[in-house]
Design a binder for this molecule. Structure first.
Ligand SMILES: [Zn+2]
Length: 315
């Protein structure tokens, strides 16, 4: 039951990569910017800590893959994991169950789909590899994208030349290209779960985020307001949240956040959004943030002195 679109799409790509050994295949996927790991016939990692053990260490890779006896036997299959902090991710289009090809066709209607590294899976699905300007998180079962998973940080993808119950995986070589904006848009949907609380510090500034950020067009979810990041923007229009009861903000794209003073520092370009983590504001950036908070939001210098006296680590 091959989707007619699959064949025509595949033919337009460069020729299939043929591997002489699983070890050679591992080298190929490393060159493409992934970590690799062994999985079994069922596609389950055969490492002690699952996909967390994926590696680019030459000795480890030799131990895993160089003794694989005959290519195509189901003894060792191969999977990849995006390197940490890389923007590598894959769009996984399935045609079993919900037909992801229908979703993909609707999603790409009237848009340019750049040619990129493409893999045909054992069950007639596709893996399309892309590069994003930020770490993309794994996202599966999104009701807005039936049959399509986003495979980023936090998961793994089975790779050619693995062989499983329904057949082999095939890869068609091409450079991995930058994901277009319309595709990035579906990779930064906020996780409705609470962001980690590690960014929270007692706020000493007396500033209140809803007085500093216009939330009028934001979507409300409990005590959180979700909308586009006011400083670096958003592809999806919902990569940023402000929790008005805790007086903290969170960026879903950068995985960063903080309180009012960190927000001043990001909004004024004193630190980058990615750097908005505990301890980021200190020394000169602390004084810059204090000065900007004074100019823009009326932070009193008595408050600044208080913050300073209570310790800059409580930024
Ligand atoms: Zn950000």
């Amino acid at each position: 039951m091959q989707d007619s679109n699959t064949d025509s799409k595949i033919k337009s790509f460069a020729s299939e990569v043929r591997f002489a050994s699983m070890f050679q295949a591992a080298q190929y996927w490393l060159r493409k910017g992934y970590l690799v790991m062994p999985v079994n016939f069922a596609g389950t990692p055969i490492t002690a800590n699952g996909f967390k053990d994926a590696s680019d260490d030459p000795q480890q890779i030799a131990r895993w893959f160089s003794r694989e006896p005959i290519l195509g036997t189901p003894e060792v299959n191969l999977a990849t994991v995006p390197k940490p902090d890389s923007g590598r991710f894959d769009v996984d289009i399935d045609q079993h169950g919900k037909n992801g090809f229908l979703t993909w066709r609707q999603l790409t209607k009237g848009k340019t789909v750049p040619r990129t590294l493409t893999e045909l899976t054992q069950s007639g699905g596709l893996h399309l590899s892309f590069e994003a300007p930020y770490s993309v998180q794994r996202s599966t079962g999104n009701p807005a994208l039936p049959g399509i998973d986003i495979c980023g940080q936090g998961g793994y993808v089975i790779r050619a030349p693995s062989v499983r119950a329904k057949g082999a995986y095939h890869v068609f070589d091409s450079p991995i290209v930058a994901a277009p904006g319309w595709l990035l848009e579906i990779t930064e949907k906020p996780n409705e779960a609470e962001p980690k609380r590690e960014f929270e510090r007692p706020d000493l500034s007396g500033l209140y985020l809803p007085d500093m950020i216009n939330l009028s067009k934001f979507r409300k979810s409990g005590s959180r307001y979700i909308g586009p990041h006011p400083a670096h923007g958003s592809f999806s229009g919902q990569n940023f949240s402000v929790d008005v009861s805790r007086n903290v903000w969170h960026c879903f794209r950068c995985g960063s956040g903080g309180g009012p003073l960190q927000w001043v520092a990001v909004a004024e370009g004193i630190i980058s959004c990615q750097d908005a983590k505990p301890g980021a504001i200190r020394g000169m950036t602390f004084w810059q943030a204090i000065a900007a908070a004074h100019d823009r939001y009326g932070l009193g210098f008595d408050k600044a002195a208080e913050i300073l006296n209570r310790g800059q680590r409580n930024d």
